[in-house]
Design a protein around this ligand. Sequence first.
Ligand code: PHE
Ligand code: NA
Length: 449
Amino acid sequence: MSGSGIGHDQWKTRFGFMLAAMGSAVGLGNIWRFSYVAGESGGATFLLIYLFFVLIIGIPLLLTEFSIGKAGQMDAVGSFKRLAPNTKWHLTGLMGVIGGILILSFYSVVSGWTLFYLYQYVTGAYWTEPDGGFGAAFEAWTSNPVAPLFWQALFLGLTILIVMRGIKKGIEKANNVLMPALAILLIFMAAYGLTLDGASEGLVFLFTPDWSMLAEPSVYFMALGQAFFSLSIGICGMLTYSSYLKAKDRLPAATVGIGLMDTVFALIAGVMIFTAVFSYGVEPDSGPPLVFIILPSIFEGMPAGHIVGIVFFVLLTMAAFSSALSLLELPVAYVHRTLGLTRKAATLTMGSIIFVLGITASLGFGVWSHIQINGNNILDMMDNITANVILPLGGLLMAIFVGWYLNREQAVKNSEIESPILQKVWYNIVRFLVPVVMVVILFISLFDI
Ligand code: PHE
Ligand code: NA
């Protein structure tokens, strides 16, 4: 068939695609990353700027990325090659593939922790505070050179097993189960959070902006990076997913649905976490360990806290898992085509490379903790490089590609927007607003941070 790449699989239904793309979007980013970045960047002011970026940049760019993959019908690199033959645009796809490998390397480390915490809740080990407290337990756990690698490998192994089976039989099927379950668990958790005494302080922190924070340049930078990371845009993972769509499956409504769902998840997760944090009198800016140190001690003091703990870590693991599927599929699709490997071999190869890279991030908490730049360990560096550089740069390049390289007619046609007014709005956002806003923010942050 001329319309698709070598052995290009397809989604069974558009809804299956939507669930998978939501699965990619909703992840550790919504819960673990969102809560500590929002906590460190002032809560409500950060949230407001984040929401603004999601609406004016995130969702239009998500459609931009989908439109490239759907029109290109190939992996990250191939889609650019098909739409822009004999140019260097495919390097955008290559950067995405590298970004995906890097993200999954550290993502699988944190996912390994969540799996281990889940295990500790199932066995009852963390129902009560371990000797020395949850902080010391987290330190001891993450600095152990061997045990976290086992859980990281287990998590990656499961991811490999699903991705190996392909789109329809692997990724789509898995998300059909994961996403509805995730939605139910999250609503349960947020509703429970709202019943806690003192929950309203958390809501104030999350929803009452401190306007003086608007003058703080780093807030914009962090909010933009978080918007990209949370929506999975800029590294061609979403592009790869959209390349498996059938021609008749339209993009625009699905895109808005995916963007809104990710945002709703982040908001509910924020409510769940900050109501608990404030209700138990904990500082909201405790950084990355927030979810692993603060929440367990909060769960301990809650009525039926061990159940809440189990539910929470099941939720976190499932959210991480559905994102990991998309992060692995991105490089797998690329090497599957270019190296002529079977899907199985491609998945095993990429999974192993990612595992080895992830080992460095894991050891960065223990034996290699002396390797630091500005107080950032290896995992922080991988996180910062991807979320704050590769993703925004990839998004900017895609905006320029669609807004300036393709002509208007092609760009609009690929977007599948029907209303002429919306076509105009979207096209001008992609062509002018996104590049301008992003260049300004990159500049501010270069000179300020
Ligand atoms: N969006 C995911 C999250 O919020 C992370 C991710 C980024 C997944 C980029 C795929 C691609 O956790
Ligand atoms: Na997300």
